[in-house]
Write a protein that binds this ligand. Structure first.
Ligand SMILES: [Cu+2]
Length: 150
């Protein structure tokens, strides 16, 4: 009986931990034929009382997924890989075009509009959180710059 109680308790604890972090509106863009990279955007919401951190991401659609930010280098926006994104307690962190973004590297196949790209996000405290990135249309005026220079 005792073992059963601990099993149930463990289940609820792990469930509570996962529910602390929520991913809202994960999306990416269709990629041009031959393109090897793509950007991913979302809002990370942390309902927990402790800060958390996104430390890595992976997807079966890409050889690897990097965490990038845009930095202003003497007037030129450049991308830089960072070790993680801090998500404040009871707060959020947004990945958006021109700012922080996931970088899908060495795509296995082009992203097609209407498809969904599965991504596993790994947080310091919340652990693994899965999200499906909706693929939007190709290009657009707010397209992230310099992605093709990787
Ligand atoms: Cu990038």
């Amino acid at each position: 009986m005792k073992r059963f109680v601990f099993f149930i308790l463990g289940f609820f604890l792990s469930f509570a931990a996962q529910a602390q972090v929520q991913i809202e509106r994960p999306w990416t863009r269709a990629t041009a034929p031959g393109a090897k990279v793509g950007g991913g955007y979302m809002l990370i919401r942390n309902r927990g009382a402790a800060a958390d951190k996104l430390v890595s991401a992976s997807s079966p659609a890409a050889a690897r997924v990097e965490l990038h930010v845009h930095v202003n280098d003497k007037g030129v926006m450049r991308m830089r890989e960072v070790p993680g994104y801090d998500v404040p307690a009871k707060g959020s962190f947004e990945l958006k075009p021109g700012g922080a973004h996931l970088m899908f590297m060495e795509l296995k196949a082009p992203f097609k509009e209407g498809d969904k790209v599965p991504v596993t996000l790994k947080f310091d405290k919340a652990g693994e959180v899965k999200a499906e990135f909706q693929v939007g249309g190709l290009g657009g005026s707010s397209a992230p710059r310099q992605h093709k220079q990787h």
